[in-house]
Write a protein that binds this ligand. Sequence first.
Ligand SMILES: NC(=O)c1ccc[n+]([C@@H]2O[C@H](COP(=O)([O-])OP(=O)(O)OC[C@H]3O[C@@H](n4cnc5c(N)ncnc54)[C@H](O)[C@@H]3O)[C@@H](O)[C@H]2O)c1
Ligand SMILES: [Zn+2]
Ligand SMILES: [Zn+2]
Length: 368
Amino acid sequence: MARPAKAVICRELNKPVVVEEITVDSPKRGEVMVKMTACGVCHSDLSATNGTIALPPPLILGHEASGVVIEVGDGVTAVAAGDHVVSSFIYMCGKCRFCSMGRPVLCLEQHKALVTPLEGTPRTKDKAGKPLGIFSGCGVMAEYATVSVENVVKIDPLIPLESAALVGCAVTTGVGAVFNTAKVEPGAIVAVFGCGGVGLNAIQGAAIAGAERIIAIDTIAAKLEMAKKFGATETLLAKEGEDIAKALKKMTGGGPDYAFECVGNGALAEAAYRAIRRGGKAVIVGVARPTESTSFKPMTMVFEEKTLQGSYFGSCVPRIDFPRMLQLSMAGKLKLDELITRRYSIEEAPQAFADLESGKNARGVIVF
Ligand SMILES: NC(=O)c1ccc[n+]([C@@H]2O[C@H](COP(=O)([O-])OP(=O)(O)OC[C@H]3O[C@@H](n4cnc5c(N)ncnc54)[C@H](O)[C@@H]3O)[C@@H](O)[C@H]2O)c1
Ligand SMILES: [Zn+2]
Ligand SMILES: [Zn+2]
């Protein structure tokens, strides 16, 4: 059954998001309709509104959400009506070389479900009947969403849905970068650039992994206070023109073992790489503008055996890592609810985006 729903939309690049009444169609084969409970506001949503992440407007935002399945299309067996799910912003075909290797974030079919479900036509239209795209196969910043079944993961119904939403991006991206991409070992020295939703999770991931020193870096002092709550042992307030890499080298006597760039900035990628010690690993998690580039001295890569690596969605396997993150939270090891520093109604979405941009929240969450 087609349903009316309020949704947060990017109508025009470099303009504030708008909240509109839309229609969400029933799921087709291999799809599900979800009544959304909550959706986190991630910097990547903001990046879609300013062209950093180039997805064509009009676009329903949102890729970090939870909800309850209310309708399933033909052929769907992984979930049923009534199941609690968290959205996953990567489509995974399950058959390509990378899916077969257990690396679904590299799935070769992903581009086919970027602004629509896999089938290629939209399930969402505006009041005038015009089609609306969905962010990264999700578009879950809406009261209802119809997505490919591969874009949802079933979770334990005993887990509170509101905070579970954050596993759909920030938690899995940040903790996964530490666990899966970098494989941080106990006793390591870790630096994290940027203490937003993603960076705070890299920090708590490093703490869970047993890192000995965790140095949080941000331009906002309040973010550094939050970082301490998530396990940072030291903080560095980044000031304009300051050489952070040099400061980190000095603080650690040679550089951290790992540095995670969780901002999306070419200069910081360079600083992260330069900061790490001999044999260290710099992991780029932040998504920089397509026009940005970075530089490093290839010689250092040879003589110092440094690694520069990217991390997409925490190199996760959603059906394995989402439950794993939630179990860590249930066991009291991973802070989930503490990440939510403000809840917004859907009408307040423009404020939620403004607050993200000014760095007010650990994570702001829209509750439907
Ligand atoms: N790799 C992935 O799969 C993936 C997934 C989600 C988000 N991201 C990206 O990760 C980045 C962070 O996302 P988020 O939601 O945590 O964003 P956020 O806006 O919540 O946090 C960014 C933080 O960086 C800080 N910051 C800004 N400039 C800085 C600087 N020069 N030095 C130090 N700190 C600085 C801000 O004050 C803020 O606290 C974004 O680029 C986002 O697109 C990547
Ligand atoms: Zn995100
Ligand atoms: Zn695949």
